[in-house]
Ligand binder design. Sequence first.
Ligand SMILES: [Zn+2]
Length: 92
Amino acid sequence: MSKINIYDIDKIKNINEKRVWDLLVTFYEQNEEYCTCRDCILDVAAITLNSIPPHYQVSDDLTHAIDKISDDEILKVIEEAAKRVSKFPHHL
Ligand SMILES: [Zn+2]
């Protein structure tokens, strides 16, 4: 019998998702010129997450994820995404 439990997929997560959400808060606090409506923030989050490597793991330890891409590097990607979204916003 296989010991693989398909529900264990929930136990591994891309911890860069949480990092991006936290860094979005920092970014918008420091860059008030960008629109903070829900549509724009979701677009910026999606573009950012598509642009950085995922980092899947079981624990919440950030050490290895930070080695792969730093907070400053993610903030630069967020800025590029915010510029793109502000040029072509989906909000009404
Ligand atoms: Zn907007």
